[in-house]
Ligand binder design. Structure first.
Ligand SMILES: Nc1ncnc2c1ncn2[C@@H]1O[C@H](COP(=O)(O)OP(=O)(O)O)[C@@H](O)[C@H]1O
Ligand SMILES: [Mg+2]
Length: 201
């Protein structure tokens, strides 16, 4: 985690420390509280890391530098308050180098697989981990919890939680619950009931 105040005082020091702590390239640079891949960069060397940090600090005062995870990019939809339920797991297969802003909103070439192309055991681990993350963070109503399942070894790695996931009729969240037999109108009814329950509780 890199902080804007440190980067402002000593940019080279922050770049060097991040590179040393991660140990190898590529790395991912991400503003902490952005979304839609805005400000996210894959850095293949120290120069790209410095560029990535400079760009990311334009959007946030906290920036994450992470190990690059080579894996299936998978997502699990969670619904509920006290007793949340997890959907099946979906997979995004971007045709670009990673799931960029353009890949999300401008070109339609990314593929979506429901269920994800992972083993049944990995799918179950993702669902259980999604519920653990949701509960640990005290989420209510809905969230989409995103993971990688590594190509080498099948390890399940938590990436991020989206408290306001995409919710158009073609978004992953409603598609995952549609697969579970919960159609879009019913999903809306469930969310309204959960919000009322939370409010009255
Ligand atoms: N550590 C990582 N290793 C590999 N790819 C990553 C990593 N972090 C992010 N990505 C790629 O960047 C995209 C956007 O990053 P993400 O953490 O999901 O932020 P956002 O909140 O903008 O969606 C991901 O969908 C994935 O394609
Ligand atoms: Mg994301």
């Amino acid at each position: 985690l890199a902080l804007a105040c440190d980067f402002a005082c000593n940019p080279e020091g922050v770049v060097r420390t991040a590179a040393e702590q991660l140990g190898s390239f590529p790395v991912f640079v991400k503003p902490c509280s952005q979304g839609s891949s805005v400000g996210v960069a894959k850095a293949n060397n120290i120069l790209e890391l410095a560029e990535g940090l400079t760009e990311a600090f334009k959007m946030d005062s906290k920036v994450l530098v992470e190990e690059f995870i080579d894996g299936h990019e998978v997502e699990c939809a969670v619904l509920g308050n006290e007793h949340p339920q997890a959907s099946t797991v979906g997979e995004i297969a971007p045709t670009q180098e990673f799931y960029t802003f353009d890949a999300k909103y401008k070109d339609e070439s990314s593929r979506l697989y429901i269920p994800a192309h992972i083993t049944g055991e990995q799918l179950e681990t993702v669902r259980q981990d999604a519920l653990r993350v949701y509960t640990a963070l005290g989420c209510r109503g809905l969230s989409r919890v995103d993971f990688f399942v590594t190509h080498d070894g099948g390890e399940v790695v938590f990436n991020e939680l989206n408290a306001i996931p995409g919710f158009t009729s073609i978004s992953m969240y409603p598609k995952l619950f549609d697969y579970e037999g919960i159609r879009y109108p019913e999903l809306l009814d469930r969310l309204i009931s959960l919000a009322l329950e939370e409010h009255h509780g």
